[in-house]
Design a protein around this ligand. Structure first.
Ligand code: SF4
Length: 292
């Protein structure tokens, strides 16, 4: 356990959307602030608890669905985005929020993340990015910096990290943002914009693992994060340029890209209606005959 003191936040006291279960994260873990930010954003959205579904994978942050009095689905490694797509397509009225860590979304879950983004399905993905595997006691993650020393890279990680913002842009996400668990006001406002967005919204939240990551700490982030004053870009080229233009060491916070594009769920249900109007509801006999 860490002795590091996390920064004070303006997090509200837990209210009705929170369950009776208390998080069992290490004291000072950045995920407490993300939970508070999500709760505040959801209250602002005014959604009833029965309309909300949290879907997570595996990892410390993936425990989050237990801490809300909403529907929740704690799935398996890397599959949160795939299950979230299924939930949304089964009941498009539900507000689906997919949560998890960088290890889960961007290692075993990368494929599912990419295809959910590509489809521009109307859900929100929140990555609690601590640049390490916390649950399994501190291994290098796909987002850990080069030369990062960890339990699985004692002499420093050799490979270059993935950039989740550039990946989300390339895959087709129509809302791409980054925030930080030490800036809860920014986080809350960013989450609200992401939840309001019609399409696939991705918010990467730098959320320190105070127990195993001794590099990406609250103290280190304090001098490195910078909230961008710029408006979200409407073209990919401008968004890439903004993310890549940061001077060395600066971690930009903000909404880098927002675009209006057709959603998978919107298109799918419209197509289903058209087909049904044209051909009517087939009987079981007709379906069997079609495939005979
Ligand atoms: Fe948070 Fe790290 Fe503890 Fe997991 S191990 S609960 S990520 S501080």
């Amino acid at each position: 356990m860490s002795t590091e003191t996390p920064p004070k936040t303006d997090a509200a006291e837990p209210e009705s959307l929170r369950s009776d279960l208390k998080p069992i994260w290490c004291p000072g873990c950045g995920d407490y602030a993300v939970t508070a930010g999500l709760e505040q954003a959801l209250k602002e959205m005014g959604w009833a608890s029965h309309e909300i579904v949290f879907v997570s994978g595996i990892g410390c942050s993936s425990r989050l669905p237990y801490f809300f009095r909403t529907y929740g689905f704690h799935t398996i490694h890397g599959r949160a985005a795939a299950v979230a797509v299924g939930v949304k397509m089964a009941n498009p009225k539900l507000k689906v929020i997919t949560v998890g860590g960088d290890g889960d979304f961007f290692s075993i879950g990368t494929n599912h993340f990419i295809h959910a983004a590509r489809r521009n399905i109307n859900l929100t993905v929140v990555c609690m990015d601590n640049h390490i595997y916390g649950l399994t006691k501190g291994q290098v993650s796909p987002l850990s910096d080069q030369n990062f020393v960890s339990a699985s890279s004692p002499y420093g990680a050799v490979e270059a990290p993935m950039n989740p913002l550039l990946l989300a842009l390339s895959a087709g996400a129509t809302f791409v943002a980054q925030s930080y668990s030490g800036k809860i006001k920014h986080m809350r406002e960013t989450l609200i914009e992401a939840m309001k967005h019609d399409g696939f919204s991705f918010v990467n939240i730098r959320s320190p693992c105070v127990t195993f990551n001794k590099v990406d700490t609250f103290k280190a982030y304090k001098s490195r994060v910078a909230i961008s004053e710029e408006e979200a870009k409407e073209t990919l080229a401008e968004a890439y340029a903004q993310i890549l233009a940061q001077p060395g060491g600066v971690i930009p916070l903000g909404t880098f890209y927002q675009a209006k594009k057709p959603t998978y769920d919107g298109g799918w249900f419209a197509r289903a209606e058209e087909v049904q109007k044209k051909y009517g509801e087939p009987t079981m006999e007709e379906i069997l005959e079609e495939f005979a």
